[in-house]
Design a protein around this ligand. Structure first.
Ligand SMILES: Nc1ncnc2c1ncn2[C@@H]1O[C@H](COP(=O)(O)OP(=O)(O)O)[C@@H](O)[C@H]1O
Ligand SMILES: O=C(O)C1=C[C@@H](OP(=O)(O)O)[C@@H](O)[C@H](O)C1
Ligand SMILES: [Mg+2]
Length: 188
């Protein structure tokens, strides 16, 4: 039997990858994973601790390992990634070469700022000017999210459930059009 593709969410901090990923997994009846949680479980420590002790580079190595493990998983899952997963070329290649359906959850910098302001668990945002940090990161990362993405879903001014429904519709449409193309190729 052909395995249904993994669904992998990418996008900036505060795009809603963790929130939407969980909702999508419930709708699809699949297991939900979050690369940040996998990293924390494997390390036995939280992300701020890993950044402090191992630096961002140490965290990125752990992130690549978590991504590789998930891509080798036998079951089809929904995976939320961390906002910096696209920074390593190695990760981008893994995402592009995998048969996963990669969804870029787009959020404006203002929304990213609003949604991340409630938590202090993101080491990169513990700066005097988080808006400037998010703006600089977005400039570098937005083209990289687009490079790896199969689909882009806008999340501004939308309730999480509405974003999840919109993503689900886009995923179903994409899978349907792919299966039509495959049938056309098989039939002639
Ligand atoms: N579409 C949305 N509208 C409003 N708030 C949202 C939306 N998506 C996520 N949030 C909220 O924003 C915060 C960050 O969401 P999270 O899922 O952790 O984002 P990410 O994993 O992309 O960093 C959470 O408090 C979450 O409840
Ligand atoms: O953008 C980033 O580099 C990061 C995003 C975080 O995940 P979320 O995008 O889920 O907040 C987490 O992986 C870490 O703090 C670094
Ligand atoms: Mg998250």
């Amino acid at each position: 039997m052909i395995k249904a593709p993994n669904i992998i969410l990418v996008g900036p901090m505060g795009a809603g990858k963790t929130t939407i990923g969980r909702l999508l997994s419930q709708s699809l009846g699949r297991e939900f994973y979050d690369s940040d949680r996998i990293i924390e479980e494997n390390a036995g420590a939280d992300i701020p601790w890993i950044f402090e002790k191992e630096g961002e580079d140490g965290f990125r190595k752990r992130e690549t390992h978590a991504l590789e493990c998930m891509l080798h998983n036998q079951e089809s899952v929904v995976l939320a990634t961390g906002g910096g997963i696209v920074m390593r070329e190695e990760n981008r290649e893994l995402l592009i070469k995998s048969d996963a359906l990669v969804v870029y959850l787009y959020a404006s910098v203002s929304q990213q700022l609003h949604r991340t302001s409630k938590s202090n668990h993101r080491p990169l945002l513990q700066t005097s000017d988080p808006r400037a940090t998010l703006t600089a990161l977005f400039k570098v990362r937005d083209p990289l999210y687009r490079e790896v993405a199969t689909l882009v879903v806008e999340t501004d001014s939308r309730h999480p459930k509405s974003v999840a429904n919109k993503a689900l519709e886009a995923i179903k449409r994409h899978l349907k059009s792919e299966s039509k193309t495959q049938n056309a190729n098989v039939n002639g």
